[in-house]
Design a protein around this ligand. Sequence first.
Ligand SMILES: *Cc1c(COP(=O)(O)O)cnc(C)c1O
Length: 368
Amino acid sequence: MIPFLDLKAQYASLKPEVDASVIKVLESGQYVLGEEVAQFEREFADYCDAAHAIAVNSGTSALHLALLAAGVGPGDEVITTPFTFVATVSAICSAGAKPVFVDIDPQTFMLDPAKLEQAITPRTKAILPVHLYGQMADMDPILEIADHYHLMVIEDACQAHGAEYKGQRAGSMGVSGCFSFYPGKNLGAYGEGGIVVTNDDAQMKKIRMLRDWGQEQRYHHTIKGFNYRMDGIQGAILRIKLRHLEQWNEARRANARRYTSLLAGMAGIETPVEVSNRRHVYHIFALRCGDRDGLLRALQAEDVQTGLHYPIPVHLQRAHEDLGYRIGDFPEAEAAAKSVLSLPMFPELTSRQVEMVAAAVRQDEHVH
Ligand SMILES: *Cc1c(COP(=O)(O)O)cnc(C)c1O
């Protein structure tokens, strides 16, 4: 069997360091926030070329607080993509605002800047582009339009730790950028975690307060806040794992290059496009397939695990039917949901495994 993801292989490679760091936190008594989390914040801000980072307890919390700190609230609209993980949209709703969708560019599967302007209304407050699969959205036109209409741009970088756009790191281009450390992400905790990075001092101060019950000083609650703090143990683990992130991202990129060359020229299959001037970090390696469900069954028969990211676009999810969207509203997102298939992708995947997966995909071509 070839797994979609192998988190245990990565732990095995780090066990002595990680175990020691966890014990250190247990002995320190700093179980929530504390020195390890503070150090991790500095190191992750540096990694993103950003001035500040505020660690929280999930990527969803990071998005929620970034939106609130940007002043998003009831009566506001936030423009985003319908082809994302549902958390992007849930965070907008949690902030009390209304999500407004824009269809995707079929080549990159991300928010199409050419369709952005027509979605702007007097109520639009922010744009929330998602750096899907590990590649950054087309930030230049998005930032230009945002600037023209005085809108905030918040990056959903939950899949894009270390991705770049014209040499700029994910998270550093908008007013803030949000990351998830869910275990399967390129940088994953051993539990839940997230972070907001920003170059803006006021955003940083507000997000720091919001994550810890709105207090500037103990029991002095200046604003209404939340308990969104990061655990000390996760901070310590993430510090160790951050030192390996570049090497892991490079291993993902090497696996992606191998898949791309092994699958080149196959009828009915399009491999992911790395747009020039962008560094894709391949959180997900998603094919576009003519007969997606046929290929899915063929790979299942060969014991190759696959994923679907995502089978239903958010505008067609029952949870968000109150937004009033229907089938046909975003044809590119709907077509993508029917045609994408994600192949196994993680740093420890061996070249032999990549070859076996590619051979299984190629074999399916001969059947059809
Ligand atoms: C993972 C993810 C999130 C949510 O992060 P959690 O840590 O699971 O809350 C948000 N947006 C995108 C695009 C994601 O992939």
